[in-house]
Design a protein around this ligand. Structure first.
Ligand SMILES: Cc1cc2nc3c(=O)[nH]c(=O)nc-3n(C[C@H](O)[C@H](O)[C@H](O)COP(=O)(O)O)c2cc1C
Length: 455
């Protein structure tokens, strides 16, 4: 079945495999399908709705309507869909589907949709083999226009081995488009509403990485992001840090990924989770982040410094917990390395070396031989004199742009989906700040990077 133009509703319930549905969403889009997402509350604990909203470019249907819910999403979404895919399906939602319970977005959509439904169970082997789950899956297999995908056996996320793994996203897509010949898989579905039938098969080139889409503007480009906050140890149990939740970085990673970039993140501690397909290296302190970024810098076409890095750290971290004497304690602070400035300095030195190399090779007369400049974007969080501080920081940093943001309103900034921001560029007046979603902010930065890389 050709997935081009098909409308697919992706139901996501709360299992450890939720991150794989981000990859599935991308693969379906790559096949030309339009995807919308509904999530259970438990699923949002594993991957933030913001990730699905930015990948699908559509608000996610959530129980509490946290992301721009409309009143009739429980009817609109299933009516809109040509196919309802539940990936991963937890033991819990499987039980609800089988029993006719509809008290969350995923089970509500299951009940109210009239299109074909496909369920990909994923759970621990003991749960999968439990009499209740076995019975519920059997009940669902008997429902009209409902297909239960195999859960392959293998090593499970919990470390046990057995049946209950989520079918891999590539396999689900191959099965949907009819290009798989695996005898273990159930037959595919036609995406015509209310009717299941065998689709025509067509071959998929085996040597093409299915997650890369050469029609996207970022195809073949690498972006390095910093994310989250840093923690600067005072002693083994205490540290200096800040309130960054990492939501902006997740929005950025998702939008870069959705635009075809290879995304690598160096992330300090943070609450928000990255989508599958994004490579994440975890660090804790500013110095660790500095080292991790500098060692990855050269391969990146663009670097976006989104992390809230501590400017200072205690001069000495105590080896043992500092005892409580209730007397005054003074902690000496020393400056941390400036990661943004070190990146622009490294770029300047590389560009200088490359220019002199090409001059030596006599290529300087050829405009096309000029080395492609790495794009570097920094962040400036300010609480006063926004424009002056941002302009000064941009000039000192040598970056191509600075995202000025201000977490001043009670409903924006740290931990929220909205933020006051503006993109500041060298030689231009600092624009007025506007209030927008973190996905909007991410789209502005990604657009800027794409434009710069095209020059
Ligand atoms: C770390 C963790 C991983 C879990 N993984 C799974 C899983 O893979 N499959 C499953 O059925 N339940 C899993 N659970 C249990 C579900 O999250 C739990 O049953 C929850 O109530 C499901 O809610 P939902 O079906 O509304 O999404 C997991 C729980 C935790 C804490």
């Amino acid at each position: 079945m050709n997935l081009t133009g098909k409308k697919i509703l992706l139901g996501v319930s709360g299992g450890i495999a939720v991150y794989k549905s981000c990859e599935l969403l991308r693969l379906l889009q790559k096949k030309g399908a339009e995807v919308r997402v509904c999530m259970t509350e438990a699923a949002t604990e594993f991957v933030a709705p913001l990730t699905f909203a930015s990948l699908s470019k559509c608000p996610v249907y959530l129980k509490n309507g946290a992301v721009e819910a409309r009143p009739f999403q429980h009817i609109d979404f299933p009516r809109w869909a040509d196919l309802y895919l539940v990936v991963p399906a937890t033991a819990n939602v499987i039980g609800k589907f089988a029993c006719g319970i509809a008290d969350d977005p995923v089970s509500l959509c299951f009940m109210s949709c009239t299109c074909p439904r496909v369920i990909a169970p994923a759970m621990n082997v003991a749960m999968y083999n439990s009499p209740a789950v076995k019975r519920n899956l059997e009940v669902l297999r008997g429902f009209e226009c409902t297909t239960v995908l195999e859960s392959p056996a293998g090593e499970l996320a919990c470390g046990e081995v057995g049946q209950g793994r989520l079918m891999e996203p590539e396999e689900i897509v191959k099965w949907l488009d009819g290009s798989t010949s695996s005898p273990t898989l159930p037959r595919s579905l036609s995406l015509s509403k209310g009717k299941a039938s065998e689709p025509p098969a067509f071959p998929v080139a085996k040597d093409i990485d299915p997650t890369l889409d050469d029609t996207l503007p970022g195809y073949g480009k690498k972006v390095l992001l910093t994310a989250g906050r840093t923690e600067e140890a005072i002693d083994p149990v205490r540290y200096i840090s800040n309130r960054s939740s990492g939501k902006t970085a997740v929005a950025l990673a998702s939008v870069f990924y959705a635009n075809g970039f290879q995304v690598e993140v160096v992330a300090g501690p943070m609450e928000a989770a990255f989508p599958g397909g994004v490579k994440v290296t975890r660090v804790r302190s500013a110095r660790d982040m500095h080292d991790a970024v500098m060692s990855r810098l050269e391969c990146a076409d663009a670097v976006v410094h989104c992390a809230a890095v501590a400017d200072y750290r205690p001069a000495h971290a105590a080896d043992a917990k500092i005892k409580d004497s209730r007397s005054q304690l003074t902690i000496e602070l020393v400056p941390n390395p400036n990661i943004l400035r070190d990146c622009t300095a490294a770029r300047a030195s590389r560009t200088g070396k490359e220019a002199s190399r090409s001059q030596n090779a006599g290529a300087s007369r050829n405009q096309n031989a000029a080395p492609k400049q790495q794009v570097i974007v920094g962040f400036a969080l300010e609480t006063d004199h926004f424009k002056e501080h941002a302009a000064e920081k941009l000039a000192k940093s040598g970056a191509d742009a600075l995202l000025l943001n201000a977490p001043v309103a009670s409903d924006s900034g740290f931990g929220h989906d909205c933020v006051r921001y503006t993109l500041v560029r060298p030689g231009m007046e600092v624009p007025e700040m506007k209030m927008g979603g973190k996905v909007d902010l991410a789209q502005e930065i990604v657009g800027f990077v794409i434009d710069k890389l095209r020059v």
